[in-house]
Structure formats: C-alpha cells, structure tokens
Write a protein that binds this ligand. Structure first.
Ligand SMILES: O=C(O)CCC(=O)C(=O)O
Ligand SMILES: [Fe+2]
Length: 286
C-alpha cells in the first residue's frame, strides 16, 4: 500500500539533488517505487521538480473521483480566427471534449506534408506499457514519421496554428507525427494519455507530464473506411482533407478521461494520411 502520497520537502530536495547530479529519471522512479511510492505519483513528482512547478493533487483521491469536465479550451463560435486563417467548426461534443474543424490546413499544406514524409516512413511504434520504450506492435499497422518543432517554416507555421486552436503553449507540444495507413491498416482503440499504473506510462510522464489533448489533422480523403472512431461515444469522424479533430482528456486536476477511447478504423479502399499533435502538461523537449 502506498502511504507516501504527499511530496515532502525532503523528497523534493532528494529528486532535485539527484537530477542535478545527472541521475536518470528512470533510476529515480525505480528508487521511489522501492520506497513504496505510487508509480504515477512518483512520475508526476519528478516531472514537477524537473519542470519547477507545483505538484498536483494526491492520485488516490483523483483516481476515485469521476472525471471532472472543464470548459473546452477551444474557442467558442462557429468560426475560429487563428493568426493566419479562419477555421470552421463542424462538430462539438462536450463529454468527452471533442471539436472538429474544417479548413484547418490548405490542400497545398497537406500535400507538402505528405510529400515531405513519404520517403522517411517507418513502421509505427507505440509506448510499451511495461518498459516505456517505443515498440512496433500489431495493433497499429500504419507507418509514420515525425517532424521536430521548428524544423521548417511549414512546420513552424502549423505548430503555431495548432497551439492557437488548442489554446495550449506551443513548447508543450510533441513533434508533429505523420501516419500513413494503406488498405487494411488501422489503429485499434486506445487512449492517447499514458496509463499511470503502468511503469512505462509513468516513465513517459517523468519527461513532460501527462498528455492533455490531441489534434488529428486529415491530409487526404479516404475512399472507404479510415474514420476516427470513439466507440464509447458512438461517433465516427470521416477524414476530410484539411480538417482536424481535437479531443482533450486531462483536466487541470490531472485526471484523465476514459471516454476519449478512440481508434483509426481499417482503411477499406484507398489510403489515409494524418498528422497528429499531442500536447503535454509541461514543456516538451529543449
Ligand atoms: O487514425 C486515426 O484516425 C487516429 C490516430 C490516433 O489515434 C493517434 O494518432 O493517436
Ligand atoms: Fe490516438
């Protein structure tokens, strides 16, 4: 049983001292698990110290409470003015928090992203729940690649637009990920947030905290299949070139929303290209 869910000053100093000495976050998590800390709590403490922010509420309470919905961070209205274009809202769901917008990207931008990705695609990987390392698994039969933040003028412009729509700091975002699905390829239903009770997820969270929201951007139209599905809500979003689907799943209390279970349905005819942005609680990367 975990009885050490308050991050005392001594533990805070211990984490800070070890980080300064160059200890890996994985080594710190392992020590804290041996001292009977909850894995998710340990990960959050380390992330808080590393990012110099206050720790979040104690997890055993948080896990017991139902997810508390907060006002969507996406601006209200049918049209949302971003710095370089106006996007049109085509769907809003409040529980879970989902917003679909059209005309988020131009056809030319979509085409450029596809062309720049095509030659560097590799089989897609996910975070292994046990080890926290990226692993190729059968549940995700797509291929993909990444663009680092600021990698090119196109990526910088998109990252700024994404951050404005998601209303979340640009430097909290992971690099844009591109996915390509051929016929039969799919991404089985999953959560984008890290599972706190799995050591791999806890390890991921030490870096920049939990993932808080996703933006899936559709780069082409799929002839048949390939919808983004939310099986527990019963909705499916049909890919449309230039449109984007936002969903948020981690609130200001650090709770995560299981209603955001979602997947990419198998492509039946044609192919599917998407770009995905995941936002984190804290600053991501350098
Ligand atoms: O392919 C899709 O529509 C969903 C992709 C997805 O869930 C993800 O990239 O995390
Ligand atoms: Fe996902």
């Amino acid at each position: 049983m975990t009885n050490t869910n308050d991050m005392s000053t001594s533990w805070r100093n211990w984490i800070a001292g070890n980080l300064q000495r160059g200890c890996t976050q994985q080594a710190l998590i392992e020590s804290m698990l041996q001292a009977d800390f909850d894995a998710a709590f340990a990960a959050n403490c380390i992330a808080c110290v590393a990012n110099d922010v206050s720790p979040q509420p104690e997890p055993s309470n948080k896990a017991k409470l139902p997810y508390q919905y907060e006002t969507s961070l996406v601006a209200a209205g049918n049209n949302i003015d971003l710095f370089d274009r106006s996007v049109k809202v085509s769907l809003r769901v409040s529980r879970p928090d989902i917003v679909v917008v059209d005309e988020f990207m131009s056809g030319e931008e979509c085409e450029q992203l596809i062309e720049q990705s095509r030659r560097k695609l590799t089989p897609s990987a996910i975070v292994d729940p046990q080890t926290g390392k990226f692993q190729v698994i059968a549940d995700r039969s797509s291929e993909g690649t990444y663009f680092q933040r600021g990698e090119s003028p196109l990526i910088s412009r998109l990252d700024r637009r994404i951050s404005e729509l998601m209303n979340w700091p640009e430097d909290h975002g992971e690099g844009i990920q591109i996915l390509h699905y051929g016929v039969g390829a799919q991404y089985k239903p999953h959560f984008d947030y890290f599972l706190e009770n799995e050591s791999g997820g806890a390890l991921q969270m030490t870096q920049s905290g939990q993932r808080v929201a996703t933006l899936v951007m559709y780069l082409n139209e799929v002839t048949e299949g390939g919808e983004t599905v939310f099986p527990d809500v019963g909705i499916s979003i049909t890919p449309k070139r230039g449109s984007a689907a936002y969903f948020a799943y981690c609130n200001s209390l650090g709770q995560v929303d299981p209603a955001t279970l979602h997947g990419g349905a198998p492509v039946l005819t044609g192919e599917k290209w998407i770009a995905t942005k995941w936002m984190r609680q804290y600053k991501y990367g350098s």
